[in-house]
Write a protein of this length. Structure first.
Length: 133
């Protein structure tokens, strides 16, 4: 699986969800030594899809993270970690989804080649700040 000394790609996701910019960027830079943005993007996308689904399920009246986890076929713990985002405004959720799309399109060619790393970190910071609550 992981090479010795390598960092799992999702290492920066927990601090991201917690809104800790310093730790998110520090961990992201460590991850980037062995992996590329595409792999990091997989992790971000999975988290944001979970956030979006949990948000709308809670709006629809599914009021416990355990029930949401069951509904989306997830282990309860990752849903518990993002549960605070289910009380965000819809505008905030939409911005989170939008930034995720910008990041994905960016690394697929929309960002200028020499700006990919800079812009990825710039949007990762914004994403992290939005997670704060």
């Amino acid at each position: 699986s992981n090479m010795p000394g390598s960092v799992p790609y999702y290492q920066f996701l927990d601090p991201m969800i917690k809104g800790d910019v310093y730790k998110t960027i520090r961990e992201y830079r460590r991850v980037k030594m062995t992996l590329n943005e595409f792999i990091c993007m997989v992790g971000i996308k999975q988290k944001v899809e979970m956030i979006e689904r949990a948000y709308f399920l809670r709006k629809a009246g599914v009021n416990s993270y355990k029930d949401v986890a069951k509904a989306i076929g997830s282990h309860p713990y990752p849903v518990k970690l993002i549960w605070h985002t289910t009380s965000f405004s819809q505008a905030k959720i939409e911005r989170i989804v939008e930034i995720t799309r910008i990041l994905e399109e960016g690394i697929k060619g929309k960002f200028p080649k020499n700006m990919v790393d800079f812009l990825f970190q710039r949007y990762l910071i914004e994403l992290t700040l939005l997670m704060k609550g």
